[in-house]
Design a protein around this ligand. Sequence first.
Ligand SMILES: [Zn+2]
Length: 115
Amino acid sequence: MKQGEGDMATEYFEKVLFELAKKGEQDKVKFLKSLYRRIMPSQFERIKKNDKSVFAELFMPKWVTWELLKAWAEGFEVPGKGKTCILCESKNENGLDFNDRFICESCFVRLKQLE
Ligand SMILES: [Zn+2]
């Protein structure tokens, strides 16, 4: 992905969400916000690759366009496993908890080296 592409996609997606909310279309807003639960990870990857054949498998309501779906996929970050590190903000399964804050293994190693 080129830099900025994801941001533009997110912007478009947010704009649509905003317009729907303004029109009082709460059901549609809710639907878009929970999109990830309706789409399998493999399908998610295909959307990102602009593989339109996946569109027929998804049975999306008519108002959900391919453009919108793709914008969503480009801006959406797949929830990873593990906890979010307070230093690098990436998800990691290995690391340590300090007072309810999680520090991932690689950041912890880096901190140790600074000592
Ligand atoms: Zn980290």
